[in-house]
Write a new protein. Structure first.
Length: 325
């Protein structure tokens, strides 16, 4: 009996590949770090499973190019890069990698918060340029965190992790989401509207998925309601933020600064953000720890192996498809 063929669109941690190779034939280009859309489309025809990245556009045309596909395993928590409805209509399972990157992404959100509030990046640059001549009472003044108000947009796994980490700073935590969450033991948070959050929060951290409802959720109106001393951080999805509105908010001093790990037209970054000293920009590294990326690879590979064995993957995002599978 022939082994199922798995097309992997990019080089991922080896443990995931090794796991797949035990029972599958893996198609992986080890020369290039990732495949282009056209490369994936040209190679997916022989694949029974596709392991792809969040950056890969898995649309109807590409799905139609893979008539043998049983599962599309996304190496990410989000899956807005995949036409899930069409995959479901074609009887193709779609999985993601939730849970394993929660702490890493929450930690990076805090890294951005610290970096912006305490001017870490410009201060580092200042010293490396040889401009540091001694301590000064007004040198790189920033904003403290203890006792401040943290506003979280999207109280899912990562939002809750960010809220837990605020405990050590004795922060009041507000959150806004489409619905109020059930009480979580040990988590002291208060549900507010988005407008209330904008008005009251000293730090705003975004952790909502990208949907039609959340696209440009943080827009001109939102930023106009923020405190002038507020710091805004986004580690969720780029298009949740209207970057033109963010640039305007920074230029008109509606907010004090921003930290971004994701972008509206990623990998492109709004050019006006690049030259602002009060903005910290990272290249989408929210889950970039050795442990997390390896666990993501194992999770994606496991979903594929479960599907190839006729089982329902634990991280299936379209469970309705298995009814007829």
């Amino acid at each position: 009996m022939s082994r199922p063929v798995v097309l992997v669109t990019a080089i991922i941690p080896e443990k995931g590949i090794t796991l797949l190779e035990q029972t599958c034939s893996v198609r992986l280009d080890r020369v290039r770090s990732s495949l282009s859309y056209q490369d994936i489309k040209a190679r997916v025809g022989e694949a029974d499973a596709l392991l792809c990245l969040l950056a890969d556009r898995i649309d109807r045309e590409l799905i139609d190019a893979g008539p043998r596909l049983k599962i599309i395993a996304n190496y990410a928590v989000g899956y807005d890069n995949i036409d899930v409805s069409y995959a479901t209509a074609k009887g193709i399972m779609v999985s993601n990698t939730p849970g394993v990157l929660t702490e890493a992404t929450a930690e990076l959100a805090w890294a951005l918060i610290f970096s912006v509030c305490r001017q870490i990046v410009p201060a580092d640059r200042f010293l490396r340029q040889g401009r540091f001549t001694g301590w000064g009472p007004l040198l790189f003044l920033g904003y403290g965190l203890s006792g401040k108000t943290l506003g979280i947009i999207g109280m899912g796994r990562i939002g809750q992790a960010v809220a837990r980490m605020a405990t050590g700073f004795r922060m009041q935590v507000l959150y806004s989401d489409k619905t109020e969450i059930r009480p979580v033991p040990g988590l002291q948070v208060r549900y507010v509207t988005l407008e209330e959050l904008a008005r009251e929060a000293d730090i705003i951290s975004v952790h909502t998925p990208l949907t039609d409802q959340t696209r440009h959720l943080c827009n001109h109106r939102f930023f106009s309601q923020c405190k002038k001393t507020a710091v805004f951080v986004n580690t969720s999805r780029g298009p949740v933020v209207d970057e033109e509105a963010l640039v305007a908010a920074l230029e008109h001093k509606m907010i004090a600064g921003a930290g971004l790990d994701v972008y509206e037209r990623e990998p492109l970054v709004h050019p006006e953000l690049l030259n602002k000293e009060n903005v910290v920009l990272l290249p989408h590294i929210g889950s970039a720890t050795f442990e997390t990326r390896e666990n993501m690879a194992i999770l994606a590979a496991t979903s594929i192996l479960e599907a190839m064995a006729g089982q329902t993957p634990h991280n299936l995002v379209n469970p309705e498809v298995v009814r007829g599978y």
